[in-house]
Write a protein that binds this ligand. Sequence first.
Ligand SMILES: *[C@@H]1O[C@H](CO)[C@@H](O)[C@H](O)[C@H]1NC(C)=O
Ligand SMILES: *[C@@H]1O[C@H](CO)[C@@H](O)[C@H](O)[C@H]1NC(C)=O
Length: 221
Amino acid sequence: MSPPLSVLFVTLAFSLHCVIISASDPDPVQDFCIPNPRYGSIRTAHLAILPCKNSSEASVDDFVFSGMQSAGNFSDTGLAAIPVNPTIFPGINTLGMSFIRADLKVGGINPPHFHPRATEISYVVRGSVYSGFVDSGNRVFARTIEEGEVMVFPRGLVHFQMNVGDKPATIFGSFNSQNPGSQKIPAAIFGSGIDEELLEKTFGLSPKEIGRMRRKFDPRV
Ligand SMILES: *[C@@H]1O[C@H](CO)[C@@H](O)[C@H](O)[C@H]1NC(C)=O
Ligand SMILES: *[C@@H]1O[C@H](CO)[C@@H](O)[C@H](O)[C@H]1NC(C)=O
């Protein structure tokens, strides 16, 4: 006996719904969800949705983040990034977003990277920042973004930034996922342990040149 048409229809509608929602963080089913420390340290837990504590125990401090009033620690490319996600800001758990403060020294760069799970809005708070992304046809969309301007980096596309002004730059980036992920191209290629022969053949580089790249980007070398 075949199932009634209405059952098939509901099943189909539900499958479509699943396909649609799987493209982003799930919708919240409560006003907010402050992670409950009783279920393990939120610092060590991965950023998957964490169990909530009773909402009566939430306080205003859960919804205020004060850890990015000044720049973070600078890397050797002149970038200081403070990524803010539910492990350090409990109030944003389940809200489908997170953000970052990035500072660039004069001439500093944010090397090419991408976020597999989020589109990024990048607001230049201070400075002049050459910013851009590359689409899947290898077309580059890049220009200098001035103070007060905003650029969008579509989800999953490689993007980059460089301070081309004569003073330090500050950028506020916002993501439509609480766990956007960040994959840096140089480290993914040369710092991940891909077989060196494959890299030599890919880039037409000698073993010595590959060794130099590995020493620069592989923390284990
Ligand atoms: C949450 O806290 C309130 C107030 O203390 C209490 O009445 C309620 O039963 C609690 N809910 C749960 C699920 O523990
Ligand atoms: C900067 O480095 C210091 C010393 O290692 C560390 O205590 C501090 O948490 C770091 N700051 C940030 C924003 O990561």
